[in-house]
Each structure stands twice: as structure tokens, then as C-alpha cells.
Design a protein around this ligand. Structure first.
Ligand code: 5AD
Length: 353
């Protein structure tokens, strides 16, 4: 068995590892001692930066129309059985109002790549949200656009942007996407988002079909070089109406280890305990917090449409309630592990200690 401690210390001291070193860590992910040690280090670093505070963001899944055809995703355009919906501007504002009343100070607007919700429609929406809730941050997660469009959205008031890179290996990226979607284009978008000034989030799934430890090492090398403000990592979960419907889900243990390694690498990182983690394992998001995550993104979309934003099977099992129920449940679960929700924007670089 490899000795993992020198690698964890090096990662903390230097913020990066060599590819072989990443692989050496991943290949031991089923070693409890490694996961426990990494989680303890990560947790200590998180407590030093953020005390017992956990940032929350309310996510509004405002449209499931999508022009893309990602092989893993339940709202891919080829899924003719997906019941499509889009919320109106007023409906989205109502979600923000309800979310605000429960204490959310960041709204994440996420959708498929829906041509109806073009930059020309998104800009006035963002502007209206920022005028109605000036103390709130707006995060967009609406896919690949041009740098010019990203700039317009930034100028309309959007603060942050999430665009998972999905896989930093072009070999693996092309195994999980159709040919017209390229890693090159994804990377250009991410670099543009940072240039424009967004707090930028990338990320990937753990255990997508064909993924190897080398591919994951490439993800970590990309993250250490790109220096995102946020990283979203969740296990892959199959969706029955996709080409990967019969594949097995990713490993919860490996996902938790990756969260810890991200925290050790970048102490300031905004690191969500994802819905997918909570879906695969009951209480999984709390496990994510204990592994070094410091953000939770509860769903504040209208209850009636939630089952339609079905990226993977059982997606809604983690957050069954409305924003209010959910907030008090979450508060209790966090209190049980000595943490509490922060009422505030939770910007990158905001230190609570
Ligand atoms: N399992 C887990 N995560 C998924 N996503 C899409 N489909 C799945 C799936 N089957 C993730 C992608 C995307 C984010 C919004 O959801 O990483 O970027």
C-alpha cells in the first residue's frame, strides 16, 4: 500500500500534484484510512476559513429544453419522452421572492441550453432580479455562449457562472458527448467566463462510463491550473432514457475523496455538496460537508415542475419539500454536525474566520 500522507501534505503545500501522484491516491480510494485522513485535513482547513458557516444557494431550474445531446443526461434533446417546460419571467421572480423570504441570498438560474431563453431574454431577467433583490447574488448555469454574450450577462448584473467541464480529457469527453460538442469549445467558454469577470465554477461527474483514474487526474490537473472559484463534483447516476441507462452509478467514496482533495488543494474554494451525492446516499450532502464541502444548493423551483428536470433517476429524492420545509430540515441536519447556514451571498474569498 502506498503511503498517502506525503502526497496529501504536498498537495496542501503546493496546490498541485503530478499526474502519477493523483493516480496513486485515486487507486487507493477504497482505503478507509486515506479517505478518513483526507476528510479530517479538509474539514480542518474548511473550519479555519469558514468557521461553522455553510453557504446556501437556491437553485431554480427554469427550463428543461436543451439543444445538446449529452449521452448521460436525462434532458438531452434525443429524449423524446422528457416532458418539456419553461418558467416565465414572473414565475422565476416568484421563486426568488419565496427563496429570499427563507434566507437565500444567492439564486442559481439553471436550464438546458434553451434557445428561447437567449441572452436577449436573460439580460432583462437578471436585471429585474438584481433590482428586486439588490443584496443578492445571481449565478447563471445556462451552458455555452459566446464571450460577447457572457459579457452582456455580466453587465446585466450576473455575478457567477457555473459550467462544468464534465471531463478534462478529450478522449473521455468525446465518449460521453456527441461529436458536435467539444472539449475545446467548453474550455474556451470557461476561459472567457473568467476573463469577463465572473466567479466561475467548473466541475465533473465521478464514474461516467469509460472514466479512468488517468482521466480524473486530468480533471484535477486542469482544476489546479485553471483555478476556478467553484468546483461541482457529483457521482454519475444513470437515467433510464439515455444511452447510459444500464450503466452503474459512480462511487460515493471516490466522490467524497475528490471533494476532500479539492479542499486540501484550494482552501478558499466554493465546494458544493451536490444533489447527486444526496441522491445516491441518504444524508450524502452532510457527508460531503464532512469531507470538506462548504456550500449546499437546495432546489427552490416550483414543486410541480421538479420531476421534469430529471437529469438522472430519482433526482428529487434528496429535496422532497418546498423551500421552507427544506430550509428547516437542512438547518437541523447541519446543526447535528455543528454547522449552520450563513445568511449572505457567500462570495468567493469571503472568510468567516
Ligand atoms: N448523473 C449525474 N450528474 C449529471 N449531470 C447531468 N446528467 C447527470 C447524470 N446522469 C450533471 C452534469 C451537468 C449538471 C447540471 O448535472 O455534470 O453539468
Amino acid at each position: 500500500m502506498e503511503n498517502f500522507l506525503p502526497l496529501l501534505n504536498k498537495l496542501h503545500a503546493q496546490g498541485s500534484l503530478e499526474k502519477e501522484e493523483w493516480c496513486a491516491l485515486f487507486s487507493q480510494y477504497d482505503n478507509d484510512a486515506l479517505r478518513r485522513t483526507a476528510a479530517e485535513m479538509a474539514q480542518q482547513i474548511t473550519l479555519e476559513r469558514f468557521g461553522n458557516g455553510i453557504f446556501v444557494r437556491g437553485i431554480i431550474e427554469f427550463s428543461n429544453y436543451c439543444v445538446n445531446d449529452c449521452l448521460y443526461c436525462g434532458i438531452r434533446r434525443s429524449n423524446k419522452n422528457a416532458e418539456r417546460y419553461r418558467l416565465s419571467e414572473n414565475e422565476i421572480l416568484e421563486c426568488c421572492r419565496a427563496g429570499f423570504d427563507y434566507g437565500f441570498r444567492t439564486f442559481v438560474l439553471q436550464s438546458g441550453e434553451d434557445r428561447f431563453w437567449s441572452c436577449g431574454r436573460l439580460c432583462p431577467l437578471v436585471n429585474r432580479i438584481k433590482c428586486s433583490f439588490p443584496e443578492c447574488a445571481v449565478t447563471l448555469s445556462v451552458g455555452e455562449l459566446t464571450e460577447k454574450e457572457y459579457r452582456q450577462l455580466y453587465e446585466a448584473g450576473a455575478d457567477r457562472y457555473l459550467l462544468r467541464h464534465e471531463s478534462a480529457s478529450s478522449e473521455h469527453f468525446s465518449m460521453i458527448h456527441p461529436v458536435r460538442q467539444t472539449l475545446d469549445s467548453r474550455m474556451q467558454c470557461l476561459r472567457a467566463l473568467k476573463r469577463v469577470g465572473f466567479q466561475t465554477g467548473c466541475g465533473f461527474m465521478v464514474g461516467t462510463p469509460g472514466q479512468t483514474f488517468e482521466h480524473l487526474a486530468e480533471d484535477m490537473l486542469f482544476i489546479s491550473e485553471f483555478r476556478p472559484h467553484m468546483v461541482g463534483i457529483g457521482p454519475f447516476i444513470p437515467h433510464c432514457e439515455t444511452p447510459f441507462g444500464n450503466c452503474s452509478a459512480g462511487s460515493v467514496e471516490l466522490t467524497l475523496l475528490l471533494l476532500s482533495l479539492c479542499r486540501i488543494m484550494f482552501p478558499d474554494l466554493l465546494l458544493p455538496a451536490t444533489t447527486a451525492l444526496g441522491t445516491l446516499l441518504p444524508g450524502g450532502r452532510i457527508e460531503g460537508i464532512l469531507a470538506g464541502a462548504n456550500v449546499i444548493m437546495p432546489n427552490i423551483s416550483p414543486m410541480e415542475i421538479r420531476s421534469k428536470y430529471s437529469l438522472y433517476n430519482n433526482k428529487n429524492s434528496a429535496d422532497p419539500g418546498n423551500a421552507g420545509v427544506l430550509h428547516s430540515d437542512l438547518q437541523q441536519q447541519l446543526a447535528a454536525v455543528g454547522r449552520q447556514i450563513v445568511i449572505g451571498r457567500g462570495d468567493y474569498g469571503e472568510r468567516l474566520c
